[in-house]
Design a protein around this ligand. Structure first.
Ligand SMILES: [Zn+2]
Length: 841
């Protein structure tokens, strides 16, 4: 139900966000607001850990009300979260969440920065976080962000004094920001950065506090606020027809894959920041106290300010182009500023304002959205001057540094179209997220080129520079090549232009589980990046596995088409696991990557290249029972995984649950978070309990302890908690080593808890009736043992099981032990198991 609402919401939002991918065509009120920002010389850096941590109300307020240049530094890209809108997880989810942050910033007016830290999953303590991240590298990236962005003010989202009380990534972000504040101006700290940037001392550091930090509004009302500033972030912007908090809601609603679509907020609302470090506040209500945020801040700025303040004061909303001659004067003065930072930043802002005032439309559209090295593409260039000013297009310059002379006088509102071609260099690098180019560690992306560190996305290499003369002043506007096209049901669409390899390949299944030594066919799909692709394909495999044929030929006529090949895999006799990867040989070149396309309406189309590999597992596994009914919760791939080991799985809706249908199954498995999102599940509980007493097994995977749709989770007392074990290698102790579930039909040993991924489990039970038997004990470092990860109760002839173990994560990662243990849970009480038990007694 929730998902359906979410999709509806995405649909409604599509109208708004489809704009996000089109070039901006700003109205005069937007130009005016850009001018206001041009005339404010101050900046704010907001620091937190994940996409969606950021307080868009404050970012929007700083950007749109204060007019400060504002950026959000998110230490990670949020790879560890869940995806509510599609199948992408891990690094692909990080790509989506990066784009969602950029979409949010397009709305709240902020900029977006990152570090190389990877969101590896939940972490209880900053000590653990900073051990898995390379603390020094992340700190260096925060210092680099400060040196490059040069904020006057830093605001932390989280409290550095709360170690152990919130997500370790959160506290770490605040701790690193505190340290970096002191290091950014220290020439002995990360001196190699000074080749590309310069030292910087931010003036002040604040913590964006809130009532929830103190438990309640009442408690917060009581505390001394003399060290705090507050802002009414509900301020209304007539120029936007929206209040700040409405705008902020719209920005945070871009985090759709996290389910952040939400109602807009309106009206007065206070936001607080607590002073932590730097120059004490001289004037109690002013975040920039003691900082000159006028043009006088810059040497030579007075004359620039005289021109630009006068334009702001007398702005002509009916015809902004009348200001261009004066804007050009200011532009020429800015070129003489000696301070490189202000010169670069203000040149960029002012050029954009001149372009907007002239109503210039400059576009380079390719006939395709992707090409390979060596290919020549056709471009359609569109140039339009929508002002009365004489503007001359002197030349255009492509990314191969070829200048094509034009000398066209652009008459007012007359469209000039011309065709050009662009040869893509033979050694052109594919466009793919730069942080995924090389294999990193659990906690860090590997990025060798320091110029890329911190950037939200890979810079576009294929661009067209438009060299124009406006009132005899030469200016160059550089535009990335895009593809503009239309779809009958969607209207005009834009896609980024990408370089892809001439061949890419994948095995269709990411995890291949074989529960016996029978051979199995696998499918390899090869995609052509160019016409007339010919070559052959082989599949690399672990030594004790075999695959045939060894090689197969491919011949694909057209770019974009795929060819499907079937290979036969022969597993070894005994348990074994490893990876298989297809290699495409074209001439003397080998291609080993898979091309993944990510296409959602709220973000630009993404192509991502990742190493192409599939995990193969030959499992020693016995099982009892055949037919499983699956009740989907928030969505997981457990049903597909159980099919891989030979079960018949049918996904059933709550409406389908009747004693008749239930009688077809040996077990019912309840998907993750089902008790949080299925409104009517409480009405089906009694039927499930009856199913158990008649001899069926019900296995309930984790739901969160808050927001449960019913308190009666089981036929006996059962309470869930926040208990989780995040260390995927935490020791697992057997509380009842003789229990059936650890012995039949598979003998479970410590080996079965090796190779787990991300965590052991979450939302364990912490209170249960004596009918339940706890099976396992485990805990994170320095914590008391938790015994609620796997609880089994006999009820009549069947078994009721609650488990917080992360089977939903371990199955798609092909973790053998997780499959073996789950098979034992499903087999509980099945007759021949009882026989076997008797035999060993
Ligand atoms: Zn977070």
């Amino acid at each position: 139900m929730q998902k359906r609402l979410l999709y509806l919401f995405i649909g409604l939002l599509a109208v708004l966000i489809a704009q996000a991918q089109k070039p901006k065509t700003p109205s005069s009120s937007e130009i005016y607001q850009s001018l206001q920002k041009l005339n404010f010389l101050g900046s704010v850096l907001y620091v937190a850990a994940h996409p969606d941590d950021e307080n868009t109300r404050l970012i929007s307020y700083m950007s749109n009300h204060v007019k400060a240049r504002t950026a959000y530094l998110s230490l990670t890209r949020g790879d560890g979260g869940q995806n509510l809108i599609g199948p992408e997880i891990r690094e692909l989810l990080g790509v989506i969440r990066t784009q969602e942050l950029l979409a949010a910033r397009r709305i709240d007016g902020g900029e977006q920065l990152f570090t190389r830290a990877n969101d590896f999953g939940y972490s209880k303590h900053p000590d653990e976080t900073l051990e898995i991240w390379n603390k020094d590298e992340v700190l260096s990236d925060v210092v680099l962000a400060i040196r490059q962005f040069k904020p006057d003010v830093i605001i932390n989202r989280f409290d550095h004094r709360r170690a152990g009380k919130t997500h370790g990534h959160h506290t770490s972000s605040a701790m690193l920001s505190m340290e970096a504040f002191d290091l950014a101006n220290d020439s002995s700290a990360y001196p190699n950065q000074l080749n590309q940037t310069s030292l910087w001392q931010p003036k002040r550091l604040f913590y964006n506090t809130s009532w929830w930090r103190y438990g309640s509004h009442e408690e917060f009302d009581k505390i001394d606020k003399s060290n705090m500033l507050s802002f009414d972030i509900g301020t209304y912007y007539p120029l936007k027809g929206m209040s700040n908090n409405e705008l902020a809601s719209l920005a945070s609603s871009q985090h759709l894959c996290q389910g952040f679509g939400r109602l807009a907020q309106r009206g007065t609302q206070n936001e607080y920041i607590e002073f932590l470090k730097g120059d004490p506040l001289t004037d109690n209500d002013h975040i920039f106290s003691g900082i000159d945020t006028s043009w006088n801040r810059v040497k030579g700025g007075k004359a620039i300010g005289d021109i630009l303040y006068a334009i702001e004061e007398n702005f002509n909303f009916k015809n902004p182009s009348v200001h261009i001659p004066q804007l050009l004067k200011a532009y020429q003065l800015i070129q003489k500023i000696s301070d490189a930072h202000w010169k670069t930043q203000k040149t960029k802002e002012l050029k954009s304002i001149i372009e907007m005032c002239a109503g210039l439309y400059l576009e380079a559209s390719a006939e395709t959205n992707w090409a390979t090295g060596g290919e020549t593409i056709n471009l359609n260039i569109e140039v339009l001057n929508r002002s009365d000013l004489p503007i001359i297009l002197t030349s255009i310059q492509n990314s191969n540094d070829i200048t094509i002379s034009k000398n066209i006088e652009l008459k007012g509102n007359t469209k000039y179209d011309f065709k050009e071609t662009l040869k893509i260099k033979n050694d052109a690098k594919p466009t793919t997220p730069y942080w995924l180019n090389e294999k990193g560690t659990l906690g860090m992306y590997k990025v060798d080129d320091m110029a890329l560190i911190g950037l939200p996305e890979t810079p576009r290499v294929y661009t067209i520079g438009f060299n124009v003369l406006i009132d005899n002043v030469p200016l160059t506007f550089t535009k990335p090549i895009i593809q503009r096209f239309s779809k009958p049901d969607k209207g005009e669409l834009y896609r980024p232009f990408e370089i892809i390899p001439e061949a890419s390949a994948k095995i269709t299944e990411k995890v291949i589980i074989l529960n016996n030594d029978q051979q199995r066919d696998i499918t390899v799909v090869v995609k052509a990046g160019r016409d007339n692709l010919e070559g052959d394909v082989e599949v690399c495999h672990p030594n004790d596995w075999n695959i045939f044929p060894k090689k197969q030929k491919i011949a694909i006529a057209h770019k974009g088409e795929e060819q499907t090949l079937v290979f036969t895999v022969i597993p070894p006799k005994n348990q074994s696991e490893g990876f298989m990867s297809p290699i495409v040989h074209i001439g003397d070149k080998d291609y080993t990557k898979e091309l993944i396309e990510i296409d959602y309406e709220h973000i630009p189309f993404q192509t991502v290249l990742l190493p192409s590999e599939s995990k193969v597992v030959r499992l020693d596994i016995e099982k009892r029972g055949e037919n499983i009914g699956y009740i989907q919760g928030a969505g997981d791939v457990v049903p597909e995984s159980l099919e891989q080991i030979g079960y018949n799985v049918r996904v059933i809706t709550l409406d389908e649950i009747t004693s008749d249908t239930l009688s077809n199954f040996d077990a019912i498995v309840v998907g993750i978070r089902a008790f949080n999102i299925l409104d009517d599940i409480e009405f089906k509980q009694q039927q499930l309990f009856d199913f158990v007493s008649n001899g069926g097994n019900v296995i309930v995977q984790y739901s969160t302890s808050y927001g449960l749709k019913t308190k009666d989770l089981a036929p006996f007392d059962l309470e869930l908690s926040h208990d989780r074990v995040t260390d995927e290698n935490a020791e697992v102790r057997f509380l009842n080593p003789d229990h059936e579930v650890l012995n039949f039909p598979n003998k479970i040993t410590q080996n079965d808890f090796e190779g787990w991924t991300q965590e052991r489990g979450l939302y364990f039970a912490n209170n249960w009736g004596r009918e339940f038997t706890p099976i396992l004990s485990m805990n994170d470092k320095d914590e008391v043992p938790k015994e609620g990860s796997l609880l089994i109760a006999q009820h009549g002839k069947g078994y009721y099981i609650y488990t917080g173990l992360s089977f939903f994560r371990e199955f798609p990662a092909g973790v053998s032990g997780a499959y073996r243990l789950f098979a034992n849970i499903l087999s509980l009480g099945k007759d021949d198991v009882k026989e076997a038990l008797k035999l060993t007694d």
